[in-house]
Write a protein that binds this ligand. Structure first.
Ligand code: SF4
Length: 886
């Protein structure tokens, strides 16, 4: 890295990759992976590679607004403070709540937590991290006495067996998956087991894929525990010295399962031989690391599932050892930092809970006049309290709960019941901002400054390098200003994020005389310069302990110093219910992030999966009367959404999969949150978002089409009456829509100029101004080919094209369809291009393909898909050859 480069951290997932970029206030920069960063050693996945694409100032919220009128910050701050004062005076402190985000920096989290829990007097501070890993947090506390993930990323490379449970790591945490894959390539004896109902990109790379019944993961690990006991494969010395609860836990596991392995395999939906193989590998491999994420946590038994995994590792003495550990991976970039400061409603601060000694210690440290003395409401309960009118003032920061919490209809009703909804965000519109009374413009990635902690407890700096636009402010500044307006001038008199980080570190020093491992006391007096120059470091940072792994010596953060095995009996859900024949599983796509407010604006990232698709087994699709690519309706008792059928043999019959990214901002009927019930784990409060019971029906309309509308144009009214899906381009928005209205009727209601083309099946209209194309509409009975967004952008910015030439768009559409599906985003390589290379040379290898097309040679996120296309197409050629030979 040169002097002119700046180091920061990726905005997206919990891997927390280091990023370098030119030291310049320039929104057109390209980023690189930071070779010095221990998480990624210079590599970035496709989302990280395209971080520069989300910097342009489109769709930004630039000024504070009250009731959609622009105001200045002082009025907005005063109004918020007055509303908080009024509600606390009339209804008590618990009538106020913060709903925060794992996208926030630790300093933002610290400010919000201090204001609510120390000064307003409520612990109603919860976060969207509740939806991500709060079950793992609760399991850590039960087992280790503290929410302290014991592992380091290098354990994934050092392990001889990696077990991935409920994790499509290849797409959701690509850099970690690549680290595992490189280690396997260097040592072919290393094994990978993937436990997932779907044959994901990750599962395709496994030595053993256990396509388990949805929700049965906890049972599988209970079965593993009993098998280990029965085969004398537990570590009795470790158990005797370092673990409580072994006998009760084994008994509970036995009670919850059929006694024989074949009965267990049948219950889990697995083959007995595969199950035995997994158990044997686990027993025989001392260096085993089990990794889990949302597939385990987003369940009504998420905490028990997590403890079932930890139980198996405690029974074999494999916690916090080199290459031998149980590792929960977080989804968001700073879920861990939020957990450190107390950003969950059931934590106070600095890993302290609501015991009398902790309340007293934190109150003293903050000199807090109104310290909260009991846990607050967890996310789903918090919005239920909004619905019943208990929460009067709600401040949402950097998150989009209407799109991300289950049962979005209920969340909308809840927001409508709240007297004052304050939303701090960087974008000017999303599903939640539509219900805001007060909007506050926040700083985006590249503008804000502070720290984040990744899944391996590594604290890194996110550094600002851009001027914030308009009146956008750091979220901590907005919170501190309200704290001061409430009269707490000294407590919130911060001028830079560094001061909050130092205070946070000083607070953590309260843990020094306790067994708690979270401790930053070594940096409690960090200077401004040292903060600016901070290099990634794993906590604990207290000058004495080894920070790489926790609990290595078998001493845990419990009173006894021993870990707890927890008796659990998690049960898989029933597979059918009241006519809702399908189990809907939800998850992430390779090139998208959360509710797409950023990645949905990056054209390069939308090409990989530009349509909202629901994955269906071909047999189920045939029974439902659906063909690949056809529109379908997915519904539950709570609501419905529409998506395109994608026939996948990787999908198990009876199960559907839909990505969680789409919402009302990108589809007329929103996404998966519309149909998911707000069922939660009773301990963690984490919603069960992985298996909802739904119906699937085809959705036919008389006409379908595409409409491109330049950003400076208004939408025609009829569009809101269609079923539609939105894609953003640089210059406008492309809608794919479905309607029963006749094309001429729609054209008549649009300012869309003359009819340029009238074919048997499709009509095209277009209008232009001096700057170029401003509106383009094509509609017919079979208008399904995806238009070329680049060409539309070009047409929207040039007056060199005649209007008639704009009909080329339609022709261009057909050209595009011949290019195939995008596989490699970095080098824009499609499956058809790969197939052509194989057709030219059937002996094509991965290496020769990479040489020819460069696919998968940059970020590597598409490697498993490239291999899939290569092997799949070679297999089909061989099949044809064999048939020809007779
Ligand atoms: Fe960002 Fe990708 Fe690294 Fe996650 S894996 S932090 S999205 S570059």
């Amino acid at each position: 890295m040169s002097q002119s480069e700046l180091q920061t951290t990726c905005a997206y997932c919990g891997v927390g990759c280091g990023v370098t970029l030119p030291h310049a206030n320039d929104r057109r920069i390209r980023v690189s992976g930071d070779t010095q960063h221990p998480a990624n050693h210079g590599r970035l996945c496709v989302k990280g590679t395209h971080l520069g694409d989300i910097l342009p100032l489109k769709h930004r919220l630039l000024f504070p607004e009250i009731n959609n009128e622009r105001v200045d910050w002082s009025l907005a701050t005063r109004t918020i403070a007055e509303r908080i004062q009024q509600t606390v005076a009339q209804h008590g402190p618990d009538s106020f709540a913060f709903y925060l985000s794992g996208q926030l920096l630790t300093e933002d989290y610290y400010a919000a937590n201090k204001l609510a829990k120390g000064f307003i007097g409520t612990a109603n501070v919860d976060t969207n991290s509740r939806l991500c890993m709060s079950s793992a947090v609760a399991a850590h506390i039960r087992a280790f006495g503290e929410d302290a993930p014991p592992s380091s990323y290098e354990d994934l490379e050092l392990a001889d067996l990696v077990v991935l449970v409920g994790s499509n790591l290849a797409w959701a945490h690509p850099i970690l998956f690549q680290r595992i894959q490189r280690a396997r390539a260097a040592d072919p004896n290393k094994k990978l087991v993937v436990i997932d109902p779907r044959k994901t990109a990750t599962a395709k790379e496994a030595d053993l894929h256990l396509a388990i019944n949805p929700g049965a993961d906890g049972e599988l690990f209970c079965a593993l525990l009993t098998w280990l006991v029965d085969h004398q494969a537990v570590n009795t010395r470790y158990l005797d010295s370092h673990v409580n609860g072994f006998d009760e836990t084994v008994q509970a596991a036995r009670n919850s399962l059929p006694s024989d392995l074949s009965g267990q395999a049948q219950q889990l939906g697995l083959d007995s031989a595969d199950l035995t193989r997994f158990f044997e590998w686990f027993a025989q491999t001392p260096k085993t690391t089990t990794v889990w994420s949302m597939g385990i946590n987003q369940s009504e038994t998420g905490v028990d599932n997590s403890n079932a995994i930890i139980n198996a590792h405690l029974a074999t003495g494999r916690i916090g050892q080199s290459g031998a550990t149980a590792f929960s991976i977080t989804g968001q970039p700073n879920a861990m930092g939020g957990r450190e400061v107390g950003g969950l409603a059931n934590q106070l601060a600095a890993h302290r809970m609501f015991d009398a000694e902790s309340i007293n210690a934190v109150q003293q440290f903050w000199q807090a006049p109104n310290i909260a003395t009991r846990p607050g409401l967890k996310a789903v309960d918090l919005f239920d309290a909004c619905l019943t009118g208990k929460i009067k003032v709600l401040w949402i920061i950097a998150t989009n709960p209407v799109a991300s919490l289950p049962d979005s209809h209920k969340i909308i009703k809840a927001l409508q019941q709240v007297d004052t909804v304050i939303v701090s965000d960087v974008v000017s519109d999303n599903d939640t901002l539509r219900y805001a009374d007060i909007k506050l413009p926040g700083q985006a990635w590249g503008e804000k400054d502070g720290t984040v902690t990744n899944s391996e407890r590594c604290i890194s700096r996110q550094r600002g390098f851009l001027m914030a636009p308009g009146q956008a402010r750091a979220d901590w500044t907005a919170i501190a200003q309200v704290g001061k307006a409430l009269g707490y001038t000294d407590a919130f008199d911060w001028h830079h994020a560094h001061e909050m980080f130092r205070e946070h570190a000083q607070l953590s020093a309260l843990n020094t005389p306790t067994p708690l491992t979270f401790n930053l006391s070594a940096v409690a007096e960090l200077s401004f310069r040292e903060y600016q120059d901070w290099q990634p470091q794993q906590w604990p940072l207290n000058g004495s302990r080894n920070s790489r792994r926790l609990f290595t010596n078998g001493r845990f953060a419990t009173k006894s110093g021993k870990a707890n095995m927890i008796p659990v009996a998690p049960t898989a859900l029933a597979l059918t219910n009241n006519g809702h024949r399908f189990i809907l599983n939800t998850g992430r796509l390779r090139d998208q992030w959360h509710t797409m407010t950023r990645t949905g604006l990056a054209k390069a990232l939308t090409r990989h999966s530009h349509q909202f698709e629901v994955h269906i087994h071909p047999t189920d699709a045939a029974q439902a009367g659906l063909q690949n690519g056809e529109l379908c309706r997915i519904s539950s008792d709570l609501g419905e959404f529409f998506a395109f059928a994608r026939l996948e043999t990787a999908q198990q019959p009876g199960q559907l999969f839909a990505p969680m990214h789409w919402n009302d901002s990108f589809a007329s009927k929103g996404g998966v949150a519309k149909v998911i019930a707000s069922v939660t784990d009773p301990i963690s409060g984490q919603p069960a978002s992985k298996h909802s019971q739904v119906k699937l029906t085809p959705m036919a309309t008389a006409y379908q089409g595409f409409c491109f509308i330049r950003h400076d144009q208004l939408n025609p009214v009829w569009l809101s009456e269609t079923i539609h899906f939105k894609s953003m381009s640089n210059e406008g928005t492309l809608y794919q829509f479905f309607t029963d209205h006749h094309p001429d009727e729609l054209a008549a209601q649009s300012d869309c100029g003359e009819n340029l083309h009238y074919g048997q099946q499709q009509k095209v209209w277009a209008t232009r101004s001096d700057q170029g194309l401003r509106f383009w509409l094509t509609i017919g009975t079979n208008a399904t080919q995806w238009p070329d967004l680049d060409f539309l952008d070009f047409a929207a910015t040039t007056n060199a094209l005649t209007l008639e030439n704009s009909t080329l768009i339609a022709a261009r559409t057909d050209d595009m369809s011949n290019l195939g599906n995008l596989v490699c985003t970095c080098f824009q390589v499609t499956d058809r291009q790969i197939e052509q290379i194989i057709l030219d040379n059937p002996d094509t290898t991965l290496q020769s393909l990479q040489q020819a097309l460069k696919c998968s040679t940059n970020c590597g996120s598409c490697l498993s898909e490239v291999k899939d296309v290569l092997s799949g197409f070679q297999a089909s050629i061989n099949c044809v050859d064999a048939a020809v030979r007779g």
